[in-house]
Ligand binder design. Sequence first.
Ligand code: PBG
Length: 323
Amino acid sequence: MYPQTRMRRLRRSEGLRRLAQETGVRPESLILPAFVLSGKGRAEPVRSMPGVVRLSVDLLAERAERSQASALLLFGVPGSGEKDATGSAALRDDGIIPSAVRALKSVRPDLTLITDVCLCAYTEHGHCGLLTKSGEVDNDATLSVLGRVAAGHAAAGADMVAPSAMMDGQVGALRASLDNSGKSETPIMAYAAKFASSFYGPFRDAAQSAPGFGDRRAYQLPPGNRREAIRDALLDEAEGADWLMVKPAMAYLDVLAELRGATRLPLAAYQVSGEYAMLKHAAAAGAFSERDVVLEAILCIRRAGADAVVTYYAEEVCKWLAE
Ligand code: PBG
């Protein structure tokens, strides 16, 4: 106790502080989400996410050639004419994501490509799965479709698939489908603890994936339930997930920290669209230094237990770290 113990001894100089630094941010720990359009030559800024641009495959490949990010998480954004009741465009070999994976691998084979596996951007109704006649999301009928989507992504060359539909049994269904299609080496990053969060608002604008009716509370986790989140995440591990993810990140760091203690799998956390928008808008209003606050936010997400962080800031952070 004071005065024998003085915590400030550890903090007296930059060198001493660095020696005792427990957590850091490395460019290789960051995953950049990318919204991919169909067609050619298309670049559409996302109004609610300043700095984020949806790109068609050709422009995405061009952008990737000079990208400093080392991993991408790909989301397909089909046009309204490509959507139907069952999300069939998600199953096409020549669909947006398989095409993007092939194009990116041909220009940047070193880029790690992770693909989002969900139906919400591909269905007219905007829900993450197929619907029953009475308009509920049909869990079991959705599983085989998600399995086929993932196998298609893996066949195109995806390094990892990331199921985000929050259907029960989806990780097991993906594992079986990958194994049966000769892709037993393709890992699964499970959106294991994905909450029904209003922080996804800007994403639904970016991916044009807002539910046409109702909301996602019948399949995503209740924001107030930590025990249920851990239980759900551990089921994904039991079904064969190779990575677990917590999403959103900053308002859910307690879940991330508890999950860190409950599993030995690597963990990812997703700093979602609403978190990005908050930081962007506040920085633009002069509230703080964008660089300093973003680096702190990501550092703290890592401290809470994330090995990898999915962030729309990945490109900028890589630049800042290289300065
Ligand atoms: C699709 C999906 C969502 C996000 C990632 N995958 C949105 C949702 O569940 O409505 C959100 C990502 C973000 O907000 O940045 N199921």
